[in-house]
Write a protein of this length. Structure first.
Length: 152
């Protein structure tokens, strides 16, 4: 893994605070795990409401936490007065998301001044064993001068 240096020494607090403001993560029941420069993990415990007809996690749910993991990995490297938006992502669903929980890991591949390229992997953990169920690549945009703060 590349050793990235965050622009903001308080990056972890900023990432965690922003994650806590994401209503969709709260709705899904997702939790933020590891946060390191250029790397973020999100976990999501199984709930029947998050499944499709075969009782696997729905692909849209899998994509949602993958997108957030990659976006927050990039955000961890950004200056304190900036925020993040996904510009695009592509996901490959490589196995059924059959598990007790999903774990999404986002990693920065190429940081940039405006655009940052990330990858993410989502694994389904069942009976203590994790199996990749989705991989993706993502481009995120850094919005300078627009701090990621609560809306008044």
């Amino acid at each position: 893994m590349i050793d990235f240096q965050p622009a903001d020494p308080d990056f972890e607090t900023r990432v965690r605070d922003s994650f806590d403001r994401q209503q969709v993560m709260r709705l899904l029941g997702a939790r933020l795990g590891r946060v390191a420069p250029g790397l973020v993990e999100i976990e999501l415990p199984f709930r029947p409401e998050l499944t499709q007809q075969h009782h696997f996690f729905h692909a849209g749910i899998t994509a949602t936490i993958g997108d957030s993991a990659g976006g927050y990995a990039a955000f961890s490297l950004f200056p304190a007065d900036s925020s993040v938006l996904t510009a695009e992502y592509k996901i490959n669903l490589i196995a059924p998301a059959d598990g007790d929980r999903l774990i999404a890991t986002g990693r920065v591949i190429k940081p940039g001044r405006t655009l940052t390229v990330c990858t993410f992997e989502v694994s389904a953990e069942k009976d203590g064993r994790a199996k990749p169920c989705a991989i993706g690549q993502q481009t995120v945009m850094r919005l300078d001068g627009r701090p990621d703060t609560p809306v008044a």
